[in-house]
Design a protein around this ligand. Structure first.
Ligand code: PLP
Length: 457
């Protein structure tokens, strides 16, 4: 039984010493912080013992739920052997086995695995590899990058450079390299709908590659679903066309599958949905089932061969991290992949997604639900002030934040992306759990947008 003083003590220390990511600390310090103590299945429990559905998979990464015996055992077993040894010039058992497994499940042609510890570092690696690939081949001038409007690839400087969300990225622009930015096809916000949006994207890319293709090292894309911009789903065929244009113009394709990988979109990797094999693929988040910080950048043999040379040629990829290939992370990733396979989890996603889609239909007619976007178990619900004109709520109204606060009060955790409510449940969620979570989501949206619910002060 919790002594009230334990919560008070931790809450005070939290406010005194912890600086939370993507959080205005002045707001945060004025509230009662949620302090999670344990997890079980798709539930998280706070210090008071109150349970919450993990409706956003602890920031889009949980696959099998929390406190999973098989994943716990994999870590404990590895811990009994070695917690960490470096991958700089030497190997460890789980890092080798995981690399072989990743290559087996990855899109065709990706045969080499370079480890790191977060999505952002995985993206840095892909960017640097693409840049050095052309350099090592002796082709000068292919040094710039293409990204998409509203892209998010993580928070390190290279990843921020290829980011294009004004609120997050613009203030850092003076310290970043400048990519070419083409529009991301946002069907809801484009006057021509899905077709018009796709055409605009492809026309911009075609024209850029025709005029400046010989200066461009790579294009980076969040395949099929652009996540942090508001769960925006690409019109069908668009990713395939982007990949074809890159190939035609000798530009490498980097698929950032940090959010979309490991079954989230209904396929093991989103690229598979359109038969795309990128030159570089970044995986993170769900790689360890959401247990430990591990990421992987996969490369084709063609990319790898540009670095494979006599030492004197100085073509080595001089990049690495202290925890590259951490054995605990690799061991739990192996166990997670095994569970995905044994339990047919990826194959189950489309059925669950169809169930969620049927329940989401009930929200379509709500007066402030503008758009519902879904790919697999990635859902974004865009709230608007005016459904007819699609006028957004002003950001100062914090409608997304309010809906998530109400959802938390009703027993489900999620975080908004501006006016978009995110629903990204763990892949193992049962239909009963999906039903319960979607019920909370609908109630929270109604309470805030129709009944004027506001938190008690
Ligand atoms: N790339 C994409 C598409 C993401 O959605 C994210 C995080 O949400 C990242 C990269 C960054 O990953 P991390 O937070 O592990 O650095």
């Amino acid at each position: 039984m919790l002594m009230t003083s334990q919560y008070d003590r931790l809450a005070a220390m939290n406010k005194a010493h912890v600086w939370h990511p993507f959080t205005q600390m002045k707001d945060y310090c004025n509230g009662d912080p949620l302090i999670i103590e344990r997890g079980d299945g798709i539930m998280l429990y706070d210090l008071h013992g109150r349970g919450y559905y993990d409706g956003f998979s602890s920031v889009w990464l949980n696959v099998h739920g929390h406190n999973v015996p098989e994943l716990n055992a994999a870590i404990t077993e590895q811990l009994g052997k070695v917690a960490h040894s470096t991958l700089l010039g030497m190997a460890n058992v789980p890092a080798i086995e995981l690399a072989e497994n990743l290559v087996r499940i990855a899109p065709k042609g990706l045969t080499k695995v370079f480890y790191s510890d977060s999505g952002a570092t995985g993206v840095e690696i892909a960017i640097k590899m693409a840049f050095q690939y052309w350099h090592n081949r002796g082709i000068r001038g292919k040094s710039s990058f293409v990204t998409m409007n509203h892209a998010y690839h993580g928070d390190t400087i290279g990843a921020v450079s290829v980011g294009a969300i004004p609120l997050y990225h613009e203030k850092f622009r003076p310290m970043l390299f400048s990519p070419h930015i083409i529009p991301y096809p946002n069907a809801y916000r484009h006057p021509g709908g899905a077709d018009g949006a796709a055409e605009a994207t492809l026309a911009a890319l075609r024209s850029l590659l025709e005029t400046r293709g010989n200066e461009i090292a790579a294009l980076i894309v969040e395949p099929i679903v652009q996540g942090a911009s508001g769960i925006i789903v690409m019109p069908p065929g668009c990713l395939r066309a982007i990949a074809d244009l890159c190939r035609e113009h000798g530009v490498l394709l980097i698929a950032d599958e940090v959010a979309t990988g490991f079954g989230r979109t209904g396929a093991m990797f989103a690229c598979e949905l359109e038969g795309v094999s990128p030159d570089l693929l970044v995986a993170g988040k769900g790689l360890t089932g959401g247990y430990l910080p591990l990421a992987a950048t996969l490369a084709t043999d063609e990319v790898y061969q540009a670095f494979y040379a006599d030492y004197e040629e100085q073509k080595t990829f001089f990049h690495g991290h202290s925890f590259t290939g951490n054995p605990l992370g690799c061991a739990v990733a192996l166990a997670s992949l095994q569970l995905l396979e044994d339990r047919g989890i990826v194959q189950s996603v489309n059925g669950k997604a169809a169930f969620a889609a049927r329940r989401l239909e009930a929200l379509v007619d709500l007066p402030h639900v503008g758009d519902i976007r879904q790919q697999g178990l990635m859902v974004g619900i865009e709230l608007v002030r005016d459904k007819i004109t699609r006028e957004p709520y002003d950001w100062t109204e914090r409608v997304g934040v309010l809906v998530c606060q109400r959802a938390r009060e009703l027993g489900m955790l999620t975080r908004p992306l501006g006016n978009v409510i995110v629903f990204i449940p763990p892949l193992v969620s049962t239909t009963a759990e999906l039903e319960a979570m979607l019920h909370i989501l609908a109630s929270a949206i109604r309470d805030v947008t129709e009944s004027g619910w506001r938190p008690e002060r």
